[in-house]
Design a protein around this ligand. Structure first.
Ligand SMILES: Nc1ncnc2c1ncn2[C@@H]1O[C@H](COP(=O)(O)OP(=O)(O)O)[C@@H](O)[C@H]1O
Ligand SMILES: [Mg+2]
Length: 146
């Protein structure tokens, strides 16, 4: 639908910046709560934004997360410039991870991010080009009354 968004914004994410990893998804969570969306929707969108953010920090040089809220859905897009994903089917498998020891030491790299993003989203799209970057689009439907 091309209706006017209730909220639209984009947030920069810097690759390798683990000290601030999670801040964008926290901001998104706060915005959605403030807008009065149900806790179920806030939880789903926050998870999707968080996993996307951690992946940009872990595997890309830089990127951004876009949030667009319309009456009946919330859209998250994660766009990065980075190494890209050579085999998307493999990357989507639960437990598959190329995380380095450094990333694992910080508690990331369980290999559940992309598959959880997919299962929490009503619509999920992923495109990636090796050496260029990765694009994710997630839509979570709301009941339209929030
Ligand atoms: N934005 C990205 N850029 C490049 N590679 C990525 C990106 N997101 C995910 N990947 C690849 O997909 C794999 C699986 O991602 P994910 O399911 O989030 O698990 P994890 O991040 O714990 O490894 C990663 O280990 C990485 O190889
Ligand atoms: Mg991940």
């Amino acid at each position: 639908m091309n209706e006017k968004p209730l909220y639209e914004g984009s947030f920069a994410v810097i690759g390798g910046n683990f000290d601030h990893a999670g801040e964008v998804s926290s901001s998104i969570k706060a915005i959605l709560k403030q807008m009065g969306l149900s806790s179920d929707i806030v939880r789903k969108v926050s998870l999707v934004a968080y996993e996307s953010e951690i992946n940009i920090v872990s595997y890309a040089k830089k990127g951004m997360i876009r949030l667009r809220v319309v009456v009946d859905s919330v859209m998250i897009e994660a766009i990065d410039e980075g190494q890209g994903i050579p085999d998307i089917t493999l990357a989507m498998q639960p437990g598959y991870s190329t995380a380095t020891d450094k990333i694992r030491e910080m508690g990331f790299g369980a290999g559940m991010g992309l598959c959880n993003i997919k299962s929490f989203s009503d619509i999920f799209q992923i495109n990636s080009e090796v050496g260029k970057g990765t694009y994710l689009k997630m839509i979570i439907k709301t009941n339209g009354c929030s």
